[in-house]
Every structure is written in structure tokens, then in C-alpha cells.
Design a protein around this ligand. Structure first.
Ligand SMILES: [Zn+2]
Ligand SMILES: [Zn+2]
Length: 292
């Protein structure tokens, strides 16, 4: 049967009736001559409306093209219009015509649905973009005052620690002066202060480190002691004190008084105006003297 059909299609005519094909049954997808078609519809009447004559199909294809290209359709199909006696025009009667119509409607509907969905998606996207932007703005608004306060407190801590270094320097100077006096009277100049052991330290002393240390220290003295090798580094202070003392005619009181005067001179303007003046003079460099 299949071989017969294949042979029929190759010859484009019905071998049984020796007539050329004129009809296609779309249900069976079979090419038929007029006699075969008559028999086929007799055997399977419901295939009648799915069987189409080539002339109807030609007319329908012409109509479709004329509708689609109404401007260009003048001559394109005129050559075919007088081939056979054409049966009466039927609106959307052919299989191809209805398929084209159905596909076009489906494409139209899908495209509209697609555009509606992407518009909705875009709307949601924009809504959340605005929300994100709003949240970022709110976050910055809420954080701004806190960040300003943190900056002020950081400056305050740094200023106070800086002043404390100067005061600690004076305290150490006094200890060194007393110790030198003792050394002199005891004739034991080779004594080594335990605290003045030189330790190399490259630790970056940040404000955060200061804050952690301040929080964990029970007293100011333990804070200074804990940070003796870093923040309040006084390596070689004893030697420096000796050198300095020579500049004051070996008069410890004069050295102390002048140190206190210089310290007060540096920090007094801040206390008077309530504002800190950031001055980094030779003294502060001296105190930050960390051996690397
Ligand atoms: Zn059929
Ligand atoms: Zn036939």
C-alpha cells in the first residue's frame, strides 16, 4: 500500500485509474484522483470536508496573497487565473487558509500576552529599583549623624590620647630624673630599668586598638602600662632625658618646668576655645619614636 502510494506520488498520477491527482485528503495526507476521491469519501464520509480540490486550493492561495499584498497583487497571479474553470469562492474553506488564520490569531494573541507580561515584569522591576534606591537613601540618612558622631569621638579620643602621651612623657621624665639622681648617689650607673627594654614593634596603633584597650583597662595606669611598647613607647627615654638635662645646666627642675610649660603651651589653646588645634611639632614626633 505504502509502496503503491509512493509510486503514485512519483508519477504524480493514479496508477489504478491512470488519471492525474486533483484532490488531497488532509486527514489521511493522501493524494487522490477524482475517482479515488469519490470512492474515498464514499468509504469515509467524514473525510469529505478535509478533502480539497487543487482548483479550490489555488483560488484560496491566490486570495490569501491578494489580501496580504493588496498593493502588489495586480499581476502576480493573473497568469494562473484562467487555467481551469474555477469553482465558486469559499471564504476560509481550505485547510491552508484556516491554518494560516489560526496561526496568525495565535501569534497575535501570544505577542499581546508577551508584551503584557514583559510590561508587568518591567513595572515590578522599576518598583523594586525605586524601593532599593529609597532604602539606600534612608540608610544614609540614618547613618549620617551616627557617622558624624563617630568621627567627632574618634578625633576626641585621638586628641586626648595625644595629650596623655605628653603627660606620660613628663611623668616618665620625672621618674628618669629621680632614678638618675639615685644612680648618681648610689654610684651604680649601670642599672637597667625593666620597662626600658627595647622591643621592636611595627604594630599599627589605630584608634580602634586604642578603644579596645581603653575598654578592657581597669585604670589609666594599666592602660598606659599595657601600651608601653606601642602607644606610650618610651624606649631610650632615659638616654634622651640625660641629653636634655645637659641642655638645662643639669638642673632637673628647670627641665621639668620647661617641659610642662611647653606641654601647656601646646594644649592650652584647645582647652580655652574648646576646640582642638592639630599641631604636630617636634615633641609629638619625639614621643612617637618607635624603633623599627
Ligand atoms: Zn482521508
Ligand atoms: Zn484513482
Amino acid at each position: 500500500m505504502t509502496n503503491d502510494t509512493d509510486n503514485n506520488i512519483k508519477s504524480m498520477s493514479c496508477i489504478e485509474h491512470n488519471k492525474s491527482f486533483k484532490v488531497i485528503c488532509f486527514t489521511c495526507n493522501k493524494l487522490l484522483c477524482l475517482r479515488c476521491s469519490f470512492n474515498h469519501i464514499k468509504d469515509q464520509p467524514d473525510h469529505c470536508e478535509h478533502s480539497e480540490h487543487i482548483d479550490d486550493i489555488k483560488q484560496a492561495l491566490k486570495d490569501i496573497s491578494n489580501n496580504d499584498n493588496s498593493e502588489n497583487s495586480v499581476n502576480n497571479y493573473d497568469n494562473n487565473s484562467n487555467i481551469d474553470n474555477i469553482s465558486d469562492k469559499k471564504q476560509h474553506s481550505t485547510f491552508i487558509e484556516s491554518r494560516i488564520d489560526s496561526i496568525w490569531k495565535s501569534l497575535k494573541s501570544s505577542s499581546e500576552r508577551y508584551q503584557t507580561l514583559t510590561a508587568k515584569e518591567n513595572q515590578i522591576k522599576q518598583h523594586f529599583e525605586q524601593l532599593h534606591q529609597h532604602l539606600i537613601t534612608e540608610e544614609h540618612k540614618l547613618k549620617k549623624d551616627i557617622i558624624d558622631d563617630i568621627d567627632k569621638i574618634t578625633n576626641e579620643i585621638n586628641d586626648n590620647v595625644n595629650e596623655l602621651k605628653h603627660l606620660n612623657n613628663i611623668l616618665n621624665m620625672n621618674i628618669n630624673l629621680m632614678s638618675m639622681n639615685d644612680d648618681h648617689s648610689n654610684n651604680s650607673s649601670s642599672s637597667n630599668d625593666g620597662d626600658s627594654v627595647v622591643l621592636d614593634t611595627t604594630e599599627q596603633y589605630s584608634t580602634i586598638t586604642s578603644i579596645i584597650s581603653i575598654s578592657s583597662s581597669s585604670s589609666l595606669l594599666s592602660f598606659i602600662k599595657d601600651n608601653r611598647q606601642t602607644l606610650f613607647n618610651d624606649n631610650n627615654k632615659k638616654i634622651n632625658t640625660k641629653e636634655q638635662l645637659e641642655q638645662y645646666s643639669n638642673n632637673p627642675s628647670l627641665l621639668l618646668l620647661d617641659s610642662i610649660y611647653k606641654y601647656n603651651n601646646q594644649f592650652q589653646p584647645d582647652r580655652m576655645t574648646g576646640e582642638r588645634v592639630y599641631s604636630f611639632n617636634d615633641k609629638s614626633e619625639h614621643i612617637f619614636n618607635i624603633k623599627v
